[in-house]
Design a protein around this ligand. Sequence first.
Ligand code: ADP
Length: 262
Amino acid sequence: RLYQARVAAFDSGEARHVAVTLHDATESRRLEQMRVDFVANASHELRTPLASLLGFIETLIGPARDDSAAREKFLGIMLHQARRMARLVDDLLSLSRIEQTLHVQPRAAVDLAAVVEQVRDALSPLAKDNRIELVVEARKILVRGDRDELLRVAENLIENAIKYSAPEPGQADRKVWISIESHDGVGILSVRDEGPGIAPENIPRLTERFYRVDVGQSRAKGGTGLGLALVKHILARHRGRLSIQSLPGEGATFSAHAPLFE
Ligand code: ADP
């Protein structure tokens, strides 16, 4: 543990006193370290696609100037890298906005079924491309919240399920089950997949910013490593929480809990 000492001396007239206050600075040192790590990680994540973009621009104005086939190919890669940077900046901005308003609980009535329907429509092309069937069991359940933020939660969980449980070539198509239920004054949106699952030691780390079980796989699928950190913060703002259940080889279930609108 880390202690900071403060020393104060005073005279009472009869004697001279010295007071030493010990202050446990472990927690504030830990938070400061997290902030430093976060800035370093964010810079690193941005620098990688930026370096690639710079390299291609230099090639395009230099050696590949008159090579139209190379130009076509490089522009495609550059578009991909620029989109990755845009996604990262969007997620960073969302995270900082949510953190600034963390203590204010959103108050509108939001129908989780309508949220799920909207996300299902938006993500069905991605599901189809990944040979995933989205199975929805939803009935109207009103929670107290912010519709856009809850859309973000559903989108992240469903998109992850599609991306990380997609079958390999040669494997059978798979399903992702999305359900909504209420229990003890809480609305629960669950997303279950038939993917490879997550090792128990990795589960608590999934909501850390930039933590990914497999960085290469996350990048290849367009991930930023910030999705579940954002989900956790949004649900905390709703006085709710995220729960994760998984066994390696048996898929994963991510459940978002938020208080009902009563
Ligand atoms: P990313 O942008 O990498 O998807 P997230 O914060 O959304 O970032 O998720 C963090 C990591 O959690 C992912 O990189 C992946 O390793 C793991 N993960 C998330 N959802 C699933 C899932 N449904 N099945 C297996 N692993 C998952």
